[in-house]
Design a protein around this ligand. Structure first.
Ligand SMILES: NC(=O)c1ccc[n+]([C@@H]2O[C@H](COP(=O)([O-])OP(=O)(O)OC[C@H]3O[C@@H](n4cnc5c(N)ncnc54)[C@H](O)[C@@H]3O)[C@@H](O)[C@H]2O)c1
Length: 349
C-alpha cells in the first residue's frame, strides 16, 4: 500500500513537530509537499526534509492531485479558510487547535468536511498521551465510581506573541494555550458543560496594558457540567518555570492524576534527575516544552489519523470536540469581560 501523501501548511513551531513525524517517523506517511507564506520558513523546512514541492499559497495545494491530506498549522485565524478549501478539494484534514476563532467558523468546517466525506482530526494530542489515556480508561471502567471534579492545568513558557494581545483576533491565552484543557476536562467528565465562570489578571505582560486593557496572562475558569460534575481550567502564559500540563480527576472512590511538572519519565527522574536536600526538599528539572513531554503523543495522534484515513473511521478527536472547546473559550472570555457566569447556549447545534 502506498503511503498517505501529506502537505504541511504552516512550517512554524508546531508544524515542524508534525513534519518530523510524517517525514521520518511514520513509514506509512510521506511528506510530499510543504506550504508556508514565509519563504524562509518554507525553504528551511523543505531543505531539511528533502521536499521538492514548495507552495507559498495554500490554494495551490488544493489544486495538487498528488496530495491526499493536509496538516494545518498556521495561525488560528486562517484555520477556517484553509480547512474548508481542503475539504472542498477532497483532502483529508488534520487541524491544529484551536479549531477556529468562532463557533460559526467551526460549524462551517464541519459542514464542509461532512459534505466532502473526508476525515477531520483535531490536534488534541493529550488524548494520545499514555498517562492521560490511562485516566480516561480507569474512569470508563467505573471502578472508582463517577467523576466529581476534573482540574486541568495548562501553562506555557513563552511570552505570548503580540497578536494574542487583541482578544478579538486571538481569543487570548485561554484559546491558544488552554484549548487543550477545555478538551481534557470535557473528555474526562464525559459530558457537556452547562455553565462557565472565569476570572483573569494581567500580572506579567505590562506592555499589553495600554493598548489592550482586556488582555490577561493568568485565568481560572470554573465549569459545571450538565449531569453535575465540576471542572476547572487553570491557565498561565508566560510561565517562568517551563511548560506544565497536568490533570486530576476526583472520582467517588479514588483520585487519578496525569502529567508532570518534572522533566523525564518517572524512572529517569528517579535515577538521574532528582536531588533530595538535607531538609527533605526534592529538586529536579522542569519540563521545558510541549515538544518534549508530548513527543510520543504527537506521533501517536498522526498514526491514528492515518489509520482513520485508510479505514474510513471517525478520528478520536473530532470537529465536534474542536467546536466545543471553542465554545467554552468564548463563554469564558465573555465571563471575564462581564464578570457574570455564562450559561452555555447550544441552540445553534
Ligand atoms: N498542539 C499543540 O501542542 C500546539 C503547540 C503550538 C501551537 N499550536 C497551534 O498551531 C498553530 C500554529 O502555531 P505555531 O506556534 O506553530 O505558530 P508559528 O507562528 O510558529 O507558525 C505558523 C506558520 O504559519 C505560516 N503562515 C502564516 N500565514 C500563512 C499562510 N497564509 N499560508 C501558509 N502558511 C502561513 C507562518 O509563516 C509560520 O511559519 C496555532 O493554531 C497554535 O495554536 C498547537
Amino acid at each position: 500500500m502506498s503511503p498517505v501523501r501529506f502537505c504541511l501548511i504552516g512550517a512554524g513551531r508546531a508544524g515542524l513537530v508534525h513534519a518530523e513525524n510524517v517525514a521520518r517517523r511514520i513509514p506509512d506517511a510521506c511528506l510530499a509537499a510543504l506550504c508556508d507564506a514565509n519563504p524562509e520558513a518554507l525553504n528551511t523546512a523543505a531543505d531539511r526534509y528533502g521536499v521538492e514541492k514548495r507552495y507559498a499559497d495554500f490554494s495551490d495545494v488544493m489544486a495538487d492531485p498528488d496530495i491526499d491530506a493536509v496538516i494545518i498549522v498556521t495561525p488560528t485565524f486562517l484555520h477556517c479558510r484553509i480547512a474548508c478549501a481542503a475539504a472542498e478539494s477532497g483532502k483529508h484534514v488534520f487541524l491544529e487547535k484551536p479549531m477556529a476563532i468562532t463557533v460559526e467558523e467551526c460549524e462551517a468546517i464541519n459542514q464542509a468536511v461532512a459534505k466532502a466525506d473526508v476525515r477531520l482530526q483535531l490536534g488534541f494530542m493529550r488524548r494520545f498521551d499514555k498517562g492521560f489515556q490511562r485516566v480516561k480508561e480507569v474512569i470508563a471502567s467505573g471502578e472508582l465510581g463517577a467523576v466529581m471534579t476534573v482540574k486541568s492545568i495548562g501553562r506555557g513558557p513563552g511570552l505570548p506573541p503580540p497578536w494574542i494581545y487583541d482578544l478579538k483576533k486571538s481569543n487570548g491565552i485561554l484559546a491558544e494555550v488552554n484549548s487543550h484543557d477545555f478538551d481534557t476536562v470535557r473528555w474526562l467528565a464525559g459530558d457537556e458543560a452547562a455553565r462557565v465562570f472565569a476570572q483573569a489578571g494581567n500580572f506579567k505582560c505590562a506592555d499589553a496594558r495600554d493598548g489592550f486593557p482586556d488582555f490577561y496572562d493568568n485565568a481560572i475558569v470554573s465549569l459545571k457540567f450538565a449531569r453535575g460534575a465540576l471542572g476547572t481550567v487553570d491557565g498561565t502564559c508566560p510561565c517562568h518555570y517551563g511548560y506544565d500540563a497536568r490533570v486530576e480527576a476526583l472520582c467517588e472512590r479514588g483520585l487519578l492524576q496525569a502529567g508532570t511538572v518534572k522533566d523525564g519519565s518517572f524512572f529517569q527522574a528517579q535515577v538521574n534527575d532528582v536531588k533530595v536536600t538535607g531538609e527533605g526538599t526534592v529538586l529536579g528539572s522542569t519540563v521545558k516544552s510541549w515538544r518534549n513531554v508530548f513527543k510520543d503523543a504527537y506521533l501517536d495522534e498522526m498514526e491514528h489519523f492515518i489509520a482513520c484515513v485508510r479505514e474510513g473511521k471517525t478520528p478520536a478527536a473530532t470537529g465536534k470536540d474542536g467546536l466545543e472547546a471553542v465554545r467554552l473559550v468564548a463563554a469564558a472570555n465573555k465571563s471575564i469581560l462581564t464578570g457574570d457566569p455564562i450559561a452555555i447556549d447550544r441552540s445553534d447545534s
